[in-house]
Design a protein around this ligand. Structure first.
Ligand code: NAP
Ligand code: ZN
Ligand code: ZN
Length: 349
């Protein structure tokens, strides 16, 4: 067992502060990673503030991890010391259910083990702690190869924001000729725009922030709708094939569902605190579908990382020291980030 520096929350109301956590001794299939960068996902805030319930304190968040392999267990075959690697939203799953075998570990029938705030499956009773820390020890099966060699801080958000938007857009068959709307231009949303554009779609950003118009276009979006008031969406009813909803706060889903044309799909990846009501009449019109999607399996996450490497896609980030994390959370709540905070973990020491 080794003691490592970390940042975390002791309860749902207090600011995050520094603390020391334990990392386990290497098991045969484990790799020990020195963490370089960790993105700040809105799920970190939902969990720290216990907005979804079930938080186990102290919570050390962070599931957009990029680092270097420091040591490997005796049976490790995928990685060598010194290699650049990533860890995303999960660190384990049952490995035997149909979904795990089919490379959909995120939909493990007994629930995938989150990178933080989850009970380890080894019977130790330990709670997983995430990437707001200097080091992590984890099973190689859930670790990703990072071939990118430059700007690794901007690669970190691909491990959650990237795969969470790539996976449903691919599953929905987004391609040239399709009209895609991305709602909520935050960490997930801006990656959704980049992927939808890379897949050839005509992309519209729907945002509550007038200040994001220019950047939306520089991300590749073709159109921008300012929807501080959802009445602004009425003229666009029944015009989109796909609406990717990345909103983090409670809101009415109806105005977005109404945007779908025949056989259109509302993809929900945002996870606000309270559950919305769905209109059945609104669904029947245009034979609309609603699809939820949870990050991605290891195979698809690797595919996404390789796709980003090939197409030179990464996140637009603001690099911060760990001491700035509480201010970063406040700014994210206000939508004041273009588009992902990433923590430089060298500032922890
Ligand atoms: P984020 O960076 O904070 O972005 C959220 C965006 O939502 C904001 O930038 C803002 O965009 C919009 N927004 C905020 N409040 C709003 C309101 N009241 N009404 C309308 N729009 C509002 O968050 P994120 O990290 O991208 O995460 C987004 C959501 O996805 C979170 O709920 C997170 O927990 C969830 N998530 C889900 C998965 C999954 O597996 N499905 C994975 C990761 C994250 P504008 O300024 O453009 O309006
Ligand atoms: Zn996340
Ligand atoms: Zn499983």
């Amino acid at each position: 067992m080794s003691n490592v520096k970390a940042y975390g929350a002791q309860d749902s109301k207090s600011a995050l502060t520094s603390l020391v956590i334990n990392r386990r001794d290497l098991k045969p299939n484990d790799i020990h990673i020195e963490i370089l960068f960790c993105g700040v996902c809105h799920s970190d805030i939902h969990t720290v503030r216990n907005e979804w319930g079930g938080a186990i304190y102290p919570v050390v968040p962070g599931h957009e991890i990029v680092g270097k392999v420091k040591a490997i267990g005796s049976d490790v075959t995928k990685f060598t010391v010194g290699q650049t690697v990533g860890v995303g939203v999960m660190v384990d799953s049952c490995r035997t259910c149909k979904n795990c075998i089919d490379d959909y570990e995120q939909y493990c029938e007994s629930g995938a083990t989150g990178t933080y705030n989850a009970k380890e499956r080894d019977g130790s009773g330990e709670i997983t702690m995430g990437g707001y820390s200097s080091e992590i020890v984890t099973d190689e099966k859930y670790v990703l190869r990072v071939n990118q060699t430059e700007n690794l801080a901007a690669v970190a958000p691909l491990l959650c924001a990237g795969i969470t938007t790539y996976s449903p857009l691919k599953h929905a068959g987004v391609k040239a000729g399709m009209k895609v709307a991305v709602v909520g231009l935050g960490g997930l949303g801006h990656m959704g725009v980049k992927f939808a554009v890379a897949l050839g779609a005509e992309v519209t950003v729907i945002s509550t922030s007038a200040s994001k118009v220019k950047e939306a276009h520089s991300l590749g979006a073709h159109h921008f709708i300012l929807a501080s008031n959802t009445d602004a969406l009425t003229p666009h009813a029944s015009t989109f094939d796909i609406v990717l909803n990345c909103i983090s706060a409670d809101h009415d889903y109806m105005p977005y569902q109404n945007l779908l044309r025949l056989d259109g799909t509302l993809i929900i990846v945002g996870l606000p605190e309270h559950q919305p009501k769905i209109s059945t009449w609104g669904l029947l019109k245009n034979r609309r579908s609603i699809m939820g999607s949870m990050f991605g399996g290891i195979k698809e996450t690797q595919e996404m990382l390789d796709f980003c490497h090939e197409k030179n896609i990464s996140a637009d980030i603001e690099l911060i020291p760990i001491s700035y994390i509480n201010e970063a959370y406040d700014r994210m709540i206000k939508g004041d980030i273009k588009y992902r905070f990433v923590i430089d973990l060298s500032t922890l020491s």
